[in-house]
Design a protein around this ligand. Structure first.
Ligand code: FNR
Length: 182
């Protein structure tokens, strides 16, 4: 059993990425594992002056990541990159200097967009940041998901056309997590 933190880069109530993330963790490949969504919407804007006295939502995020075996990032694409709210969360949990909770945590990057490239450029920017943070990140398969009718079924699972591929992605990610367990 692995403990996985799920960080969704959209705060929007009807977020496609949030709906997708909720369906992703219900796939059979995730059975027996514990998935917890990070609350990044309560975080203040990052201000380095606050490093010595981090706000409660920052401490909560850091506690969640520190206690997880791996992290799944589910990101939309905003202007060919990943959203600022996600970068804000990443920056918070990387500080104070030397006390990043990201280091060494296996990561999976996946994302949904309405555009044909399915958040590919957002994911590439995010991978660059995760490499700097020393997070071993699943390389393949890449998962650039375009939002379409039927991607998520009315009962909140991944639709049959995508379930095999997305389930395979999750399986590979959980294997990566296993390889990095002590
Ligand atoms: C977008 N969107 C978008 N889509 C895309 O494929 N490439 C892009 O560069 C952008 N840029 C962009 C900027 C901003 C500020 C917004 C609000 C939106 C569209 C985006 O994919 C769409 O709004 C998704 O629905 C956002 O994800 P959630 O909130 O549904 O998870």
């Amino acid at each position: 059993m692995s403990k996985i933190a799920v960080v969704v880069g959209s705060l929007r109530a009807g977020s496609f990425n949030r709906q997708f993330a909720e369906a992703l963790i219900r796939l059979p490949a995730g059975e027996g594992h514990e998935f917890t969504f990070a609350d990044i919407g309560s975080l203040p804007l990052y201000d380095q002056d606050d490093d010595a006295d981090q706000a409660e939502p920052v401490k909560a995020l850091k506690g969640l990541i520190a206690g997880s075996d791996g992290v799944i990032f589910v990101t939309p694409e905003y202007n060919r990159s990943f959203p600022g709210v996600l970068k804000n969360a990443i920056d918070h949990a990387s500080r104070p200097y030397g006390q990043s909770v990201w280091a060494g945590k296996p990561a999976g990057v996946i994302g949904v967009s309405i555009g044909a490239i399915g958040s590919a450029l957002a994911q590439q920017h995010l991978r660059n940041v995760l490499a700097y943070l020393d997070m071993p990140t699943l390389g393949a398969p890449e998962a650039f998901i375009q939002w379409k009718d039927g991607l998520i079924t009315p009962d909140g699972t991944i639709g049959e056309q995508s379930a095999g591929f997305v389930g395979g992605w999750l399986e590979n990610f959980l294997k990566l997590v296993d390889r990095h367990k002590g």
